[in-house]
Write a protein that binds this ligand. Structure first.
Ligand SMILES: Cc1cc2nc3c(=O)[nH]c(=O)nc-3n(C[C@H](O)[C@H](O)[C@H](O)COP(=O)(O)O)c2cc1C
Length: 153
């Protein structure tokens, strides 16, 4: 999935940690909690990065497989490491806090790398460059997510 909530959660460079909010309706939520691990990536600010944004953030793996056309290798934790990413961090879940509609996870980073020196995709760049039909698709997915989250209340 695409995430805007995956952020650093440690002051110490020798024990890096991250947190993320995972909506219960997302397949990623179930995969991360079942495996106890995840990998987060920075995407490239190019056409491929935009395509990955669409594939990962505008569709749910509950409806159809999403990673078939995404080249990935298994990392140390078994999490998929996307070959087209600029950088990644792989982490094992150390705590999970369940709240209404979501689980907030804390995870210890076990591996990571910056694989290329390209600019990173930002939400500002996405908004500027997203073709109108993809923007509509994104709006529809957001509506679905909001409806699903409200049903869970
Ligand atoms: C910019 C952006 C940020 C997002 N941030 C989050 C997030 O922090 N947590 C979350 O659960 N979903 C987030 N989403 C939604 C998921 O990426 C989206 O629901 C995705 O389709 C879930 O796919 P899955 O069901 O295959 O896991 C975000 C989507 C976008 C486009």
């Amino acid at each position: 999935m695409i995430s805007s909530t995956a952020v650093t959660a440690s002051l110490l460079p020798e024990s890096p940690r991250l947190t993320a909010q995972l909506s219960k309706t997302n397949l990623t939520h179930d995969l991360v909690l079942a495996s106890g691990a995840l990998a987060v990536h920075l995407l490239p600010d190019d056409e491929r990065g935009l395509e990955l944004f669409r594939t990962l953030g505008m569709r749910t793996g509950h409806e159809a497989p999403k990673l078939d056309d995404v080249s990935a290798v298994a990392g140390q934790t078994g999490s998929p490491i996307l070959q087209d990413a600029v950088a990644y961090a792989e982490a094992r879940v150390s705590a999970a806090h369940e709240v209404e509609g979501s689980t907030i996870i804390v995870a210890d980073v076990v591996a990571g790398a910056r694989d290329r020196d390209s600019p990173v995709l930002t939400i500002e760049s996405v908004r500027k460059r997203l073709p109108p039909e993809w923007a509509e698709e994104w709006a529809r997915r957001l509506e679905e997510e909001l409806a699903a989250a409200r049903r869970q209340r």
